[in-house]
Design a protein around this ligand. Structure first.
Ligand code: PRP
Ligand code: URA
Length: 204
């Protein structure tokens, strides 16, 4: 996402501000998720259709693919609701991948996908830092037979390093984020970023 859309910037500003309370953080996250979802869906195969309104003929758009959203728990859960509001028949898989707090290396604890596998898989995770977690999720999906072109990623903030790393595994055009930040600190947190998304969204 270009990130220059005012509404995106507005919600992102609430998310970044360390003074934002938990309730406002969740509100901004839920609203931004809807915008990100709209942007991501526009990248999926779709076609123009002719429909008839109560007063005449019109053109519309229809998705041409079935979708499985795959949140990376825990923070990825925050993006699921927005997708289900817009695509209520989307399948929901789950991957529990956690970064080790000391080494920042990801570990896969749990995997539950939906069979038969829908044609497109959209990985959901608000933070793309080193991209270790996202690349692990891509690997799981590749093992299930997904081609890189059918795997999408939706997040809120990426570090440039993680964005570039993920783009080595799936097409760059399949990655939707609201912002790409320049740095990772020594704990592999995104700078300026917004801190720990899961902690702030879930109030831990
Ligand atoms: C965070 C975040 C991503 C990951 C990003 O999750 O939600 O999953 O770190 O970092 P990476 O790109 O370097 O892999 P974390 O493992 O801290 O768990 P949480 O969702 O419970 O906060
Ligand atoms: N996870 C987060 O929640 N924030 C970061 O900056 C990096 C990983």
């Amino acid at each position: 996402m270009q990130g220059n859309h005012f509404a995106v910037q507005r919600f992102l500003t609430f998310l970044r501000d360390k003074k934002t309370d938990a309730q406002t953080f969740r509100w901004a996250s839920d609203n931004l998720s809807r915008l990100l979802c709209g942007e991501a869906l526009s990248k999926l195969p779709h076609e123009q259709v002719e429909i008839v309104t109560p007063v005449g003929a019109a053109e519309g758009q229809r998705l041409l693919t079935e979708i499985m959203v795959v949140p990376i728990y825990r923070a990825g859960q925050s993006l699921v609701h927005a997708f289900l509001e817009v695509v209520p028949d989307a399948a929901v898989g789950s991957l529990l991948i956690q970064r080790d707090e000391r080494t920042a290396q990801p570990e896969l604890f749990y995997k539950k996908l939906v069979y038969p596998l829908p044609a497109c898989a959209i990985i959901l995770d608000p933070m793309l830092a080193t991209a270790g977690s996202a690349v692990m999720a891509v690997r799981v999906l590749r093992e299930e037979g997904y081609r890189p072109q059918s795997i999408y990623f939706v997040g809120v903030v990426a570090a440039e390093e993680g964005f570039n790393r993920l783009a080595e595994h799936i097409p760059e055009a399949n990655i939707t984020v609201a912002a790409v930040d320049p740095l990772l600190n020594d704990k592999k947190y995104i700078v300026p970023g917004l801190g720990d998304y899961g902690d702030r969204y879930f109030g831990t």
